[in-house]
Design a protein around this ligand. Structure first.
Ligand SMILES: [Zn+2]
Ligand SMILES: [Zn+2]
Length: 254
């Protein structure tokens, strides 16, 4: 059963064990477990059943749900998790008050909180939605639908300026080796567009061949790193707000 085994460890002082849980058609929820204390949180439960199954299989009880934004394919499982664990803390951006059912923690940019001994920092990354946030800590970042592998989210509520800042200033201020865990398995389609935008990009070409093989074998293509994204993501590589806007519009119809 792919995705219910801890797939990675960070070898620093702090460690998060991360279990990737495929949901719906191409969504990923994540189960985070503090390597030291065993404290558990869930990121973006699209639906409750596969997440509960993965928790049960590993014998884990979550204490928190971390929502990257209010879209149903990221928070649809929150009510079901709350029915089972009524004391769960449900995190999201302050501006998503009223849009995330069950939300109990209302963050501003830069807030920190702990999962066991791991400090997680909330970064406000508007663009896809106005309340989008990333959760960063222990060398990992959960980016929802703002930064995808080799792509970025559609601009449903934000402007190209917002997305440009969220990608190139806020997220790229994290260390380059930070691993990126995004909300959807869009990697192959994103890389096909990346090669359309930059036909000579060898990093994109190489990553596409790899990603196609991984998907053919039924495996996820995540994570990448921020440095990887600098090499092949056409929205991170856009040199200006205007170029990002042009590529975003082109990708919408690609
Ligand atoms: Zn979304
Ligand atoms: Zn989504």
């Amino acid at each position: 059963m792919t995705g219910t085994r801890p797939v990675c460890n960070h070898d620093g002082m702090e460690r998060l064990d991360i279990t990737l849980v495929p949901c719906l058609r191409d969504n990923y929820a994540y189960i985070l477990r503090c390597g030291e204390t065993g404290a558990v949180a869930v990121v973006d439960p699209s639906v409750d059943v596969p997440v509960c199954d993965a928790l049960d299989e590993a014998g884990l009880t979550p204490e928190a749900v971390l929502c990257t934004h209010h879209h149903g394919d990221h928070v649809g499982g929150v009510p079901g998790l709350l029915r089972r664990w009524p004391d769960l803390a449900v995190h999201g951006h302050a501006s998503d008050r009223g849009r995330i059912r069950g939300q109990t923690v209302f963050h501003e940019d830069g807030d920190t909180f702990r999962l066991g001994t791991v400090e997680l920092r909330v970064r406000h990354i508007p663009g896809h939605t106005r309340g989008a946030v990333a959760y960063a800590g222990a060398g990992e970042v959960f980016t929802g639908d703002t930064l995808f592998q080799a792509g970025c989210g559609r601009l449903f509520e934000g402007t190209p300026e917002m997305m440009y800042r969220s990608l190139n200033e806020t997220l790229m201020s994290l260390p380059g080796e930070t691993r990126v865990w995004c909300g959807h398995e869009y990697t192959v389609a994103n890389l096909r567009y990346a090669l359309h935008a930059e036909p000579d990009n060898a990093a994109a070409r190489e990553r596409l061949a790899w990603a196609e093989a991984e998907r053919a074998a039924g495996r996820p293509t995540l994570p990448s790193t921020l440095d990887d994204e600098r090499g092949f993501n056409p929205f991170v590589r856009a040199g200006s707000v205007e170029e990002l806007a042009r590529r975003r519009a082109e990708k919408d119809v690609f």
